[in-house]
Design a protein around this ligand. Structure first.
Ligand code: MGD
Ligand code: MGD
Ligand code: SF4
Ligand code: MO
Length: 890
């Protein structure tokens, strides 16, 4: 048994810096690098790594500038650049390809993108495969996960072990013993698909209740960006009079240049309104009016707003756009009921209290949502029909238990004000997806053809096993009997062998809720940080400890790796060429550096495993990565003013030869080598140009000829299909109506604060949150209202112990008047660090989230009930003083 070693030793900043300095001194004097490799990251970093801090003394021209792909996570794709000298990144910057303007913007990266080299080549980067010392096929010693020592092993050993374990589990227990707790949409694992599928998971952690089948309401699917309803940025900048940022903070959490476009709208005179528990960075930046709403109470708030809109319209007139409601929507009132209605009820009657005797007045709402009555009335006026209003929402309000009806309610308010289909008016997840640039892509990449097809692979499991084959667009995948575990039941599935299946959430493929049993033996992980991102981390650790085998692959030692048996090191984004696009631009990312270590590309790992499992990788992956990149380039097109797509790149035979691919020379608008040199191609814009776009313009021009995807072809404010789906998958037996209703959330006696989880500049998800520079710049404190802090005896900078029914964490506190009393804002993305007592000293929000799924299975990421106390037991230290590492013992 390992003596008291934790498998995630933390790297202390001072020792890291000292080791780096010592190692570089060693390099300068020509010492041989040998012995360092394999004994620890502090040593191997400077020898093998490709990032060197101490940028200040480097000249801007001393080296070669390369285009550095950001590890995103925010969904954007900015231009970030790295100055590379002698194979090391010595400096970074962002887009400087041309002068910045609204018409031809620079695609500037944020602070995370500028740290992309430190992420990909930092001191904690995984550089060789490791095995947990006390794991063996016969006795996994699961109880030591997270505490054991690591042994460095060769790729051959590592891949053999993984392939053997897969064979064993598939042939002995079948595909339902393999658990890949990540998004069921996922089409990222040809290895498990080839073997016969696996149990996947689904979660509302990101989109919240917007994960519902939005098409039923007439809206575009959220997974496709949900942007079909959104106007072009120039329309918004020029024409919006009011911009509502509902549960949204683009200044902290938007994609790339979203906040910058909002700034332009502000300069043109738009008024901003921020709705949520936090007067956030965007509210500050755009001098917004604040509509405070307690986390998780938006249903009550919006019902109150609808009541007030009805009242004001009746008393004063000019608030509700009745023509819009009756032409483009169904089911707002008795006059517009759909033919398939089974109830003689609707939102208008409900709000007026006609069915339950409770009018949803401003005073009724205020008692629940904490918004002053007069502010509810004021908001009702603001979103009335008189002004051009952009109704922009994030997903935070929908990431709350009890939030099922939020998408339909927000839509209802937008429709009551008639805020769609005309200049300066639109509704949608603006500034969350696609930088708020609504409209068809102006630049498109060709199809790479690098998806995979496992249809030739004979599953390893017995032919009796139910294996479901589906196409995801680019790939053919398999899942085990369409098993999908809800995010709040992940660990029940492992520990109790039980969960509730509701089918596939994407594309409306839900099925009736059904109890299922399972017997999970193997946990697989890639592309996500399921243990950190999900919920109930403490139970998650128990689940990881229970199974026979856990295998993870990543660039960095995230928590899931720390609790694994085999960890496979992946080469980062910046070790390969790639392309990225958004509406107006296409970016090129070069190979930035190639550190001399054992990290390998993801695809290489898959090919090696497929081969060991008896499959032919060339059949699974018909196109080489380089050919796929070429195909994307050769097929790239750009829209002209007539709306036609034209070939983008001129490609010569020598370009083709240089890439070592097959293809034919072609004529386009820009030479491929010129593009690679510039790193970006953008479509220049101007206000009123041919690319200006109004969301769903065709529908609004002729709703009968261009119906929406709902049953009626219109916006369904009474939606039979929605009610049927929700009731079919209700986890707690709660019933829903075709129109939005309030469902009571009772406050547990023992808890005082409602904690929400703002997405925070330090990281994108948990990605980047290990970077010490970012940890130092953004310490991620718990935000606490000054009156609450005073009552708790907590001062700014003190450490608090924050506890919920699921677990507890420590975090330094930032005392502020910018969040509502009775709430607490815990930044998302911190890496957990669980101590012997089970306290998370890393301050990860998911440690606090737990409980059973309710309603359609929404997780309460933004309305978890907590208690807060001052922590005086010991010192916490700063996040930038530690970093988790996985290193083999000498
Ligand atoms: N408490 C709390 N939890 C939350 C949220 C919250 O607000 N509060 N937000 C939720 C939201 S909105 C989301 S979207 C999720 C995000 O959660 P995840 O989808 O798990 O995202 P990350 O935490 O960024 O982890 C992504 C991991 O994939 C790795 N990775 C990157 N590229 C590759 C690759 O090419 N191959 C492989 N194998 N791995 C790669 C990264 O290094 C990183 O470890 O978190 C959710 N969890
Ligand atoms: N810097 C950074 N950017 C990111 C990410 C990141 O981790 N870091 N993550 C990316 C991802 S995966 C996603 S999904 C998006 C998330 O984007 P959003 O969902 O828009 O982001 P959040 O920060 O969770 O929430 C925005 C605001 O909503 C408010 N809010 C919280 N709870 C409630 C509520 O119950 N009701 C109301 N009305 N308001 C509420 C908060 O005050 C917060 O300021 O961001 C993306 N961008
Ligand atoms: S994290 Fe997002 S906004 Fe920041 S540089 Fe990367 S892609 Fe751009
Ligand atoms: Mo997300």
């Amino acid at each position: 048994m390992a003596k008291n070693t934790t498998s995630a030793p933390t790297l202390n900043r001072r020792s890291f810096v000292a080791a780096g300095v010592a190692a570089s001194a060693c390099l300068a004097s020509g010492c041989a690098p040998e012995a360092k490799v394999g004994t620890g990251k502090e040593a191997s970093y400077a020898q093998q790594g490709a990032y060197e801090g101490g940028l200040a003394n480097t000249s801007l021209n001393d080296g070669e500038w390369k285009f550095m792909e950001c590890n995103k996570g925010c969904g954007g794709g900015c231009v970030n650049m790295a100055l590379v000298k002698d194979g090391k990144v010595v400096r970074t910057k962002t887009d400087s390809s041309h002068e910045d303007s609204l018409e031809h913007p620079q695609f500037r990266g944020c602070l995370r993108g500028r740290c992309a080299a430190e992420l990909d080549f930092g001191p904690d980067r995984l550089t060789y495969p490791v095995k947990r010392k006390h794991w063996s096929p016969d006795d996994p010693h699961g109880e030591l996960r997270g505490q054991d020592e690591w042994e460095r092993i060769s790729w051959d050993e590592a891949l053999d072990i993984v392939a053997d374990q897969l064979k064993k589990v598939y042939t002995t227990y079948g595909p339902r013993a393999v658990f890949y707790p990540w998004d069921q949409r996922n089409d990222r694992t040809p290895v498990l698909d080839a073997c016969g599928g696996y149990i996947a998971s689904w979660d509302t952690q990101s989109f919240g209740s917007y994960l519902m089948d939005l098409a039923q309401l007439g809206l575009p699917e959220v997974a496709k960006g949900g942007l079909g309803t959104v106007n072009d940025r120039f329309d918004i900048i020029e024409n919006a009079q009011t911009i509502v940022l509902y549960a949204q903070d683009p200044a902290w959490s938007a994609i790339a240049f979203a906040a910058w476009n909002l700034r332009a709208a502000k300069d043109k005179g738009a008024r901003f309104v921020c709705v949520g528990p936090f007067y956030n960075a965007s509210a500050n930046a755009f001098d917004a009016d604040w509509v405070p709403v307690f986390p998780g109470t938006d249903t009550a708030f919006m019902l109150g707003v609808i009541f007030e809109m009805l009242r004001l319209d009746e008393e004063e007139g000019g608030i509700i756009d009745w023509d819009f409601l009756h032409k483009y929507c169904i089911g707002f009132d008795d006059e517009s009921m759909p033919q398939d209605a089974t109830l003689n009820e609707n939102i208008k009657g409900y709000v007026l209290g006609q069915y339950d005797g409770i009018p949803k007045t401003a005073s009724w709402a205020s008692a629940i949502c904490g918004t002053p009555e007069s502010t509810i009335t004021e908001f009702a006026r603001t979103v009335g029909k008189q002004d051009n209003v952009v109704m922009s929402h994030g997903y935070a309000a929908a990431r709350c238990s009890g939030s099922e009806d939020i998408p339909q309610l927000f839509l209802t308010i937008a429709c009551m004000g008639g805020h769609m289909g005309k200049p300066g008016n639109c509704y949608g997840p603006l500034w969350v997806d696609g930088s708020g640039c609504g409209g068809p892509a102006l630049v498109k990449l060709g199809k790479g053809g690098d998806g995979w097809d496992v249809s030739s692979c004979v599953p390893l499991c017995s032919p009796d096993e139910k294996v479901v084959v589906r196409e995801t667009g680019s790939n053919i995948i398999r899942t085990a009997a369409d098993d999908n575990v809800n995010g709040l039941e992940l660990y029940n599935a492992v520990l109790d062998g039980r969960y509730s299946n509701v089918g596939i959430c994407w594309g409306g493929q839900w099925r009736p809720i059904e109890e299922r049993e399972c017997d999970i033996h193997l946990i697989w992980g890639e592309f996500s940080s399921a243990l950190r991102a999900g919920a109930d981390i403490l139970r998650g650790i128990e689940a990881f400890k229970k199974v026979d085998f856990v295998v993870m692959r990543d660039h960095v030692p995230k928590m899931d790796c720390v609790y694994a048996d085999i960890v496979l090191p992946l080469a980062g984004r910046q070790q390969q060429e790639s392309l990225g696009t958004r509406r107006e631009e296409v970016c090129y990312y070069s190979v930035v550096a190639s550190p001399d270590d054992e990290a390998k590309p993801n695809r290489w790992v898959n090919e090696q495993l497929l081969e060991r499992l008896g499959y032919d990788p060339a059949q699974v992956y018909p196109v080489s990565p380089q050919q796929a990149l070429y195909n994307q380039m050769a097929g790239a097109t750009v829209m002209n003013e007539k709306g036609e797509y034209e070939t983008l790149f001129t490609i010569t035979q020598s370009d083709i030869d240089e890439m070592g691919v097959e293809g034919a020379p072609q004529e386009g608008k820009i030479g491929l080598s010129e593009f690679k040199e510039k790193g970006i191609y953008t479509v220049e814009r101007k206000a009123g140009d041919a690319f200006t776009h109004i969301g769903l313009a065709d529908f609004f021009a002729d709703p009968d000829a261009n119906p929406l995807p709902s049953a009626s072809g219109k916006f369904e404010l009474y939606c039979q299909a929605k009610a049927e789906t929700f009731n079919m998958i209700s986890f707690d037996g709660r019933t829903f109506k075709p129109y939005p209703i309030y469902s009571e959330q009772t406050k547990p006696e023992a808890y005082r604060f409602r904690c929400f989880s703002p997405h925070y500049p330090r990281s994108a998800g948990s990605t980047y949150s290990n970077v010490l520079t970012l940890r130092e710049a953004w310490p991620a404190p718990l935000l606490l209202n000054s009156k609450d802090a005073e009552n708790l005896g907590i001062s700014d900078g003190d450490v608090a112990h924050i506890s919920s029914a699921a677990g507890s964490i420590l975090r330094r506190v930032c005392v502020t008047s910018l969040i509502m009393e009775g709430t607490a804002g815990l930044p998302n993305g911190c890496w957990p660090k669980i101590d012997e007592e089970g306290i998370d000293r890393g301050g990860c929000g998911s440690t606090l989230i737990g409980g059973k799924p309710s309603g359609m299975g929404v997780t309460g990421h933004n309305n978890v009930w907590v208690n807060i106390e001052k922590w005086e037991d010991d010192e916490l230290g700063e996040d930038c003083e530690w970093q988790s590492v996985i290193q083999a013992s000498a």
